[in-house]
Write a protein that binds this ligand. Structure first.
Ligand code: M6P
Ligand code: ZN
Length: 181
């Protein structure tokens, strides 16, 4: 199976499934809930979209997902993915940044944390059991590819409960990692 990705806009062809993520879908992930509520009164902003393709074979299934995060911030906090940990403890993932700039946050949610600076061309292996979240700190679209086993599963609940150790804010127009207590 061969797919085509337009690196300029992150459009995948063919693409059987597109999942849009609006502010209302990741409301709880941003720190400033008052600002979230104020924005939601005006508009339910589209933060990012996931284009998904499952590669099904007789023995082992993989999946590819292309995510396009639009630029912007909520209460000074840059647009980001919801972030998840895999339900299966033995499942890693590879992320490849196709376009844009930002950070990949990796967090065990039990004290260990890494922020990987990202730009077009960066490839990061995400080990099993590490939660992962991508932040768009640029003024343009951030596009990245994720490749993982179809059975890995997404645990969003644990991320919502425990939270990442750091948040990424725009401070004087530049990204700053702020430790969460
Ligand atoms: C990558 C993959 C997908 C994931 C997407 C958005 O493309 O890891 O499995 O759905 O990023 O991340 P999230 O699910 O955390 O919103
Ligand atoms: Zn994942």
């Amino acid at each position: 199976m061969t797919l085509t990705l337009d690196p300029e806009n992150g459009i995948l062809d063919p693409c059987p499934q597109i999942t849009p993520r609006y502010l209302s879908d990741l409301k709880m992930m941003f720190k400033d809930q008052q600002v979230v509520d104020e924005i939601l009164k005006e508009e339910n902003r589209l933060i990012y979209e996931i284009r998904y393709y499952p590669f099904r074979t007789s023995k082992s299934d993989m999946a590819l997902a292309v995510t396009r995060i639009f630029p912007g911030s909520i209460g000074g906090e840059y647009h980001m993915t919801k972030g998840h940990k895999h339900e299966r403890d033995d499942q890693p993932e590879v992320y490849y940044c196709v376009k844009g700039e930002g950070f990949l946050l990796l967090d065990t949610l039990e004290g260990e944390f890494q922020a990987i600076p990202w730009r077009a061309g960066t490839i990061t292996h995400i080990p099993p059991m590490w939660a992962h979240r991508v932040i768009n700190t640029g003024t343009d679209l951030l596009v990245f590819i994720g490749v993982f086993h179809l059975s890995a599963g997404h645990d969003y609940e644990i991320v919502a409960q425990k939270g990442f150790s750091y948040r990424v804010y725009a401070v004087d127009g530049k990204p700053a990692l702020i430790r969460q207590t």
